[in-house]
Write a protein that binds this ligand. Structure first.
Ligand code: C5P
Length: 419
């Protein structure tokens, strides 16, 4: 655990149910010796109490614009400038809209406007509110202004819906804060990669498009075809590429992982949606297909839930999905300079991987033995990096270390410093 005893954070708690997670974030920040001063909006106080926050921070909570006469006696300019970093968590739709418009009608928005420090926002709201063009406009404006976002993530929401809008977990927000406090806008890989990292800058200026996770192919409104991919390897590769300085677009199927920090993450469900988003993300220098794309989808998705029938079992007619990797590998226009695929095999690993290298016109295939314990859904992977020039067998290692070596190799193949 890295300690930051000299650092000060001004934490703005917006009014959302996710505010309870912010309490855990405060605890973790305090464990690292970070001084946390908290401002709560009126709505935030409906979700968590000032007393809980003050007990955790050990200092006064500020909540009124015209009453900055507490023990500290600090004015609002001083309050916002005194911090090394401002963090808005949860950043509600209302707070983001105020920030984007430069409104300053309450203490929280005034401090966000008055600051000369970086702002990290952890949005949290209902999926429809997040996807609403008004919120997306706010986010785009704020990104242009230099506000840094962590999350939101997708999953079950407190309101009973499912989708994008959950606030990132405290651990994810903490990682983002630690890197901003270290003066680093990019994330190193999770885990200790030290000398195995590709090194910052080795993919500087490169655009990388990566697919990750499974796809879900709907049968009817409640059922779907899926597979066991967790997305851990693809997400680790996206984080490694970002840490090496690349501009990364990650197109992810449904996973329960945080969006990697510093990576533009696009969430999709089906193989067809994934292909559309990959094509929209081109041109790129590098494409890495890590997703376990479903090979088939149901020919006709039923609009209504298919009912059980005592005498009849429904038969599903399947049609083949597009092969995204092959489609990108075989492009005549805008083919990325490097196309990298994965081959998850349970038998004849090298032979099958070699065949894919040719069939899908790839520059590299990462062959992994899925019979190895702990690979599917686990933290480790055992892979060989297969190119037309030869192969490199890596021992069983964490998915982060596989990601680091892969990115290093790719940087080398593009003329960087890692071959
Ligand atoms: O043919 P197979 O599914 O084993 O190939 C695996 C590789 O192809 C992976 O890189 C995977 O991301 C990619 N793939 C794809 N679209 C598909 C099937 C596989 O991009 N429909």
């Amino acid at each position: 655990m890295t300690a930051f005893p000299e650092k000060r954070i001004l934490l703005i708690i917006g009014g959302g149910i996710a505010a309870y997670k912010t309490l855990e974030l405060i605890r973790r920040l305090r464990e690292r010796g970070i001084f946390v001063r908290v401002v709560m909006t009126e709505a935030a106080k409906k979700f968590v109490t000032k007393l809980s926050v003050e007990s955790l921070t050990g200092s006064e909570v500020f909540d009124e614009l015209f009453a900055l006469t507490g023990d500290s006696g600090m004015g609002h300019i001083e309050l916002s400038r005194d911090a090394d970093l401002l963090v808005a968590a949860p950043a509600t739709a209302d707070l983001l809209a105020k920030m984007a418009q430069g409104l300053a009608g309450d203490l929280a928005s005034t401090l966000l406007l008055a600051t000369d420090k970086k702002i990290l926002a952890a949005p949290a709201m209902n999926v429809r509110m997040w996807l609403h063009p008004a919120t997306q406009r706010s986010v785009a404006l704020l990104q242009k202004d230099g506000v840094i976002f962590v999350g939101p993530e997708s999953g079950d929401m407190a309101c009973g819906e499912y989708g994008l809008g959950r606030m990132s977990e405290p651990a994810g927000i903490l990682t983002a804060i630690e890197h901003l406090l270290s003066g680093d806008m990019r994330l190193p890989l999770p885990g200790d990669l030290s000398d195995e990292s590709a090194g910052p800058g080795s993919l500087k200026g490169r655009r990388v498009v990566i697919t990750s996770g499974p796809t879900h192919e709907p049968i009817d409104p409640v059922r779907y075809i899926a597979n066991r991919s967790s997305g851990k390897q693809g997400h680790a590769i996206a984080a490694a590429a970002a840490a090496a300085g690349a501009n990364v677009v990650l197109i992810s199927g449904p996973v329960s992982l945080a969006d990697p920090f510093g990576v533009k993450t696009i969430h999709v469900e089906t193989a067809q949606e994934m292909l559309t988003q990959v094509e929209a993300a081109l041109p790129a220098d590098i494409f890495i297909g890590v997703a376990a794309v479903a090979d088939w989808r149901v020919a006709e998705t039923s609009l209504a839930k298919i009912k059980k029938h005592p005498e009849e079992t429904p038969a599903l007619t399947l049609v083949e999905n597009p092969d995204i990797l092959a489609a990108i590998g075989r492009r005549s226009k805008d083919r990325p300079a490097l196309v990298v695929g994965f081959a998850a095999e349970s038998e004849k690993l090298q032979e099958n991987a070699q065949a894919k290298l040719i069939a899908k016109n790839c520059d590299m295939i990462v062959a992994n033995d899925v019979t190895e314990a702990g690979v599917l859904g686990g933290e480790s992977n055992k892979v060989s990096l297969l190119t037309k020039q030869g192969k490199e067998n890596l021992p069983l290692m964490t998915k982060q270390k596989v990601a680091a070596r892969l990115i290093e190799k790719i940087a080398g193949m593009l003329g960087g410093n890692g071959q």
